[in-house]
Design a protein around this ligand. Structure first.
Ligand code: 2RA
Length: 330
């Protein structure tokens, strides 16, 4: 299969290439695409150099699949041009996620909504993916009433410049390019992306809106606070969930243990719980600190960690492509 990777030089694009290779995705021709200034340079895939081409050249090659991670504006401009020539686009930007005509997919939850005419498919936000991987199975059994989530997000979610800022600050180099409004080292910024008129950030709005579309359930309420922390291995989330129905805590843990793509790490007596240091480079969504909330009935607290560049972005996108392949849609 001819596969274009748009944004191939970015952090997510590079992980997409890694995941495609790890999962032995059947690529007959790899078409790396990046900004005009990168055209002619090369990316490495499975030990070989592949020249970066322009968007127009990539479209002319008529790829069956295009994995996009190049920002919303680029996706809005170019994804339709790929799609109108029959390419399936899986887009990691926020451009299409809440478009009612586009599917927003976490394969373990709602891949079945995909059809052959879905030529632009939205990959959810990283912090959304790890959250719904845990919320969905619980909702099916215990009927969620309300969710309160606070995130502790890796600088890798912002991109390479943010990682460079953190590493420079750790090294004591105050001259590094500032991506954030403040130092991130020894700090926690209660701002991921820009604020809206209600003083919520775009990241918080994604967390509050995307889960309902993916889970196909508008009956529960969800509020979020997204925080950036000086971490690189993945996003962490503290989640409080109130259910309509009573639950047995052991049943909740057993349910999550039997959920594909979720790994329970919950043995506090031995200090076993999810951490970004552990999740980095893995595709599972790790959940722990699962405990009843004594402040109100039918409510529990838990802690979710995942590598935001993998299951939170690249791996989920490749899994969508694998689903399309498995159903002979592509
Ligand atoms: C972030 N989820 O972490 C956003 C975009 N990757 O900044």
């Amino acid at each position: 299969m001819k596969v274009a990777v748009v944004g191939a030089t970015g952090m997510v694009g590079q992980i997409m290439l890694k995941v495609l290779s790890e999962r032995k995705f059947p690529i007959s021709e790899l078409i790396p695409v990046a900004s005009e200034k990168s055209v002619g340079k090369a990316v490495t895939y499975e030990g070989a150099a592949y020249p970066i081409v322009s968007m127009k050249d990539a479209i002319e090659k008529r790829p069956q699949l295009a994995l996009f991670s190049a920002g919303g504006e680029t996706s809005l401009q170019w994804a339709p041009q790929f799609a109108e020539h029959g390419t399936f686009v899986v887009d990691n930007s926020s451009a299409w996620r809440m478009d009612p005509s586009k599917k927003l997919v976490v394969p373990e939850i709602n891949a079945q909504v995909l059809q052959s005419e879905d030529k632009i498919i939205a990959n959810p936000n990283c912090s959304t993916i790890q959250l719904v991987m845990v919320l969905h199975p619980l909702n099916q059994v215990y009927n969620i009433k309300r969710v309160v989530v606070s995130t502790y997000q890796s600088v890798t979610g912002t991109g390479k410049a943010a990682v460079d800022q953190l590493n420079s600050e750790i090294a004591g180099d105050a001259s590094a390019q500032k991506v954030y409004p403040y130092e991130i080292f020894k700090n926690a910024l209660p701002q991921c992306d820009v604020f809206d008129e209600m003083d919520y950030t775009k990241e918080e709005l994604k967390l509050m809106r995307e889960p309902k579309k993916i889970m196909g359930d508008n009956t529960f309420s969800l509020t979020a606070t997204a925080v950036r922390v000086p971490v690189q291995g993945g996003h962490s989330e503290s989640v409080n969930i109130e259910f309509e129905n009573e639950f047995d805590l052991k049943d909740v843990v057993d349910l999550l243990r039997n959920t594909p793509g979720v790994e329970v790490m919950d043995d506090v007596k031995n200090k076993i719980y999810p951490m970004p240091l552990y999740s980095e480079g893995k595709d599972e969504v790790f959940v722990g600190r699962i405990r009843r909330d004594p402040s109100q009935p039918n409510t529990l607290n838990l802690w979710i960690v995942a590598d935001n560049l993998r299951k939170g972005a690249a791996t989920n996108a490749v899994q969508i492509a694998e689903y399309l392949l498995s159903k002979n849609l592509i």
